[in-house]
Design a protein around this ligand. Structure first.
Ligand code: ADE
Length: 246
């Protein structure tokens, strides 16, 4: 899977994509993430990417030309690679996606569909939005939730992570995306899990806990989980599965 991200803040991605799972996935060549600076696709010396809206209105709008040039360039590079690489699929499945609060809300089912593609091109917005003509060059619009962020960079990171962890091999042997909260059944979340210590003695309960809710000074791991009785443990887990609340 190749992700191409078009943004005016290319450095935002550096730390997140160079840590942990996504860093390993890139090193193992399971995914490739290319970050493209939208300003590299401008022709003026100020590298201007935005302007005032026609007809009046607040803020600045991202212009169509830099996005068109960036997309044309990315697509041209890919067709060159395809022509020179005998092994490359001739019909690579590519989708161009605009990240916007007005898009379809990302969920696990959508992430699974996207993980079947060969190439995802992501357009990150900033300011008051995109020139409406950019719509002509995108296949899909995606939102990561019903709230407005200052740009598409965080949504792009969310989408890259949600899609990548579904790709076989990305999570490694110890964990598979099949085990994930929403993979089994859309309504399920996980059962409660515990690790050491067996008993946690709260040193000063009043200091950080809601005293109405917190009656005890000791938080213990449920006994059944320490019993070694696998049948009972499975029953306990089933009984304690928590569902998503909204
Ligand atoms: N850009 C700003 N807010 C967004 C959101 N919620 N989802 C996707 N892109 C966005």
């Amino acid at each position: 899977m190749i992700f191409d991200i078009i943004t005016i803040f290319p450095q935002i991605f550096d730390s997140y994509f160079n840590e942990s799972i996504l860093s390993r996935a890139q090193k193992k060549n399971l995914i490739k993430i290319n970050i493209h600076n939208l300003r590299d696709y401008t022709l003026d010396k100020h590298k201007k990417v935005d302007d005032k809206p026609y007809g009046g209105g607040q803020g600045m709008i991202l212009q169509v030309e830099p996005f068109y040039r960036a997309l044309a360039n990315i697509k041209m590079q890919k067709s060159k690679i395809k022509m020179t690489n005998q092994n490359a699929k001739l019909t690579a499945k590519t989708k161009t996606i605009m990240l916007t609060p007005t898009g379809k809300t990302l969920d696990q089912k959508m992430a699974m569909k996207l993980s079947k593609l060969d190439n995802i091109i992501l357009l990150c917005g900033r300011y008051e939005g995109f020139d409406a003509r950019i719509d002509k060059f995108v296949d899909e619009k995606i939102s990561i939730g019903n709230y407005v962020l200052s740009g598409g960079e965080l949504p792009a990171m969310v989408l890259v992570e949600a899609v990548s962890r579904i790709i076989p091999g990305v999570l490694g042997h110890s964990h598979s995306a099949e085990d994930d909260t929403f993979s089994v059944d859309k309504d399920y979340v996980e059962y409660p899990q515990f690790t050491r210590p067996e008993k946690f003695q709260i040193p000063n309960p009043k200091q950080i806990t809601n005293s109405k809710k917190q009656k005890t000074k000791t938080l213990s791991v449920p006994k059944v989980l320490l019993s070694g009785d696998h049948k009972k443990i499975e029953e306990w887990k089933k009984k304690h599965i928590k569902r998503k609340t909204n």
